[in-house]
Design a protein around this ligand. Structure first.
Ligand SMILES: [Zn+2]
Length: 113
């Protein structure tokens, strides 16, 4: 009695074809892209110039005399905006990480909620 290969429903033997080749190329392309990414995080890095609140300080009347820059990472969690203060040294790292997240979301076809 000859045996006929049985495949579970929905699973079929894969034959090499143009579509598979295209997906393979895309996979390798995405994986190369991932190798470039070190850190990633959700959110946006904001640069703020602040008033100190002292009435006699120059910042009170002149926007160009405000203090800073101060950096913040802002992102949404459970529908609420969260702000995290960043040191000037950390800001460029977070900015690059936030950009990496956008690249990841674009590459994966996911959109930010
Ligand atoms: Zn001031």
């Amino acid at each position: 009695m000859s045996r006929v290969p049985v495949f579970k429903s929905g699973i079929r033997p894969v034959e090499p074809n143009a579509s598979l080749e295209r997906h393979t190329q895309r996979f390798l392309e995405l994986r190369r892209g991932l190798e470039q990414i070190e850190y990633f995080c959700k959110g946006t890095v904001l640069k703020r110039m602040m008033k100190c609140g002292k009435a006699q300080c120059a910042c009170a009347s002149d926007a160009t005399k405000r203090h800073g820059p101060y950096f913040e990472l802002t992102y949404k969690a459970n529908g609420k905006t969260v702000n995290v203060k960043l040191s000037p040294e950390a800001a460029p790292l977070y900015r690059a990480a936030a950009l990496a997240m956008v690249i990841l979301e674009t590459a994966s076809g996911l959109d930010a909620p």
